[in-house]
Design a protein around this ligand. Structure first.
Ligand code: ZN
Length: 221
């Protein structure tokens, strides 16, 4: 069954989830922790709608394919079609902001990177994109500058500031829309800050977003 994005007031968005467009290395500190160069243009990839699951559900990953890492990211719900958009048009097309985990099979990804192959086998599996409900933008002033955190079993592991993105949200969306049309119901993940790490069975993940989101989930046993 196709995932439907929801708002924090429980209302379903009018469109089903489309594609999830993601950016790699949008925070310099995370690029460095994985020994990757800081990019001069955004490195884009897409997770399919079939990878989305509610963030509150226990997290399941295909253990037989090696280590799975969490990457905590700001998620934007798109409400208008964007093709070759300007940064202003792109910023106005966002209708909701939430949090997502860009789950990544790190061993698989390392092998793909070595060969220069695409990343989908590491990032597009069923369940690879736990998504939170979205805050309506009318509830969040200055939403481009929000900060978010991830705690694992009560320990702070990731802290991201919208202001630290190498490609800020409006620029990033405009750039994405030069490569693929963004449609209502698409979600954009904006990259992860430093602190990524392996998911360990039966640990608790707590994600917060300044402006009103706090969610707890668990890695399945
Ligand atoms: Zn990511």
């Amino acid at each position: 069954m196709r995932f439907v994005p929801r708002f924090t007031d429980g209302q379903a968005y009018s469109e089903r989830l489309g594609k999830i467009v993601c950016v790699g290395r949008n925070y310099a500190d995370h690029a460095r922790e994985l020994d990757n160069p800081v990019p001069s243009e955004p490195l884009l990839f897409i997770k399919p709608a079939t990878s989305a699951v509610p963030l509150e559900s226990p997290i399941e990953t295909p253990a037989w394919r090696g280590e799975a890492h969490y990457e905590t990211e700001l998620a934007l719900l798109i409400g208008e079609e964007l093709t070759h958009a300007t940064a202003d048009e792109a910023e106005r097309a966002v209708v909701g902001i939430g949090l997502a985990l860009d789950l990544t099979l790190r061993d698989v990804q390392s092998r793909l990177k070595e060969k220069g192959h695409p990343w989908e086998m590491a990032k597009a599996f069923d369940g690879a994109c736990p998504l939170s409900p979205f805050l309506r933008l009318s509830q969040v002033p200055n939403w481009c500058a929000l900060s978010f955190t991830l705690e694992v079993d009560g320990e702070l592991r990731q802290r991201g500031e919208g202001a630290d993105m190498l490609f800020p949200v409006p620029t990033l969306l405009a750039e994405m829309s030069r490569h693929f049309t963004l449609e209502p119901g698409d979600v954009v993940l904006t990259g992860t800050p430093a602190g990524v790490g392996p998911l360990t069975r039966d640990t608790e993940l707590r994600l917060t977003l300044t402006g009103g989101l706090a969610l707890t989930t668990r890695v399945a046993e």
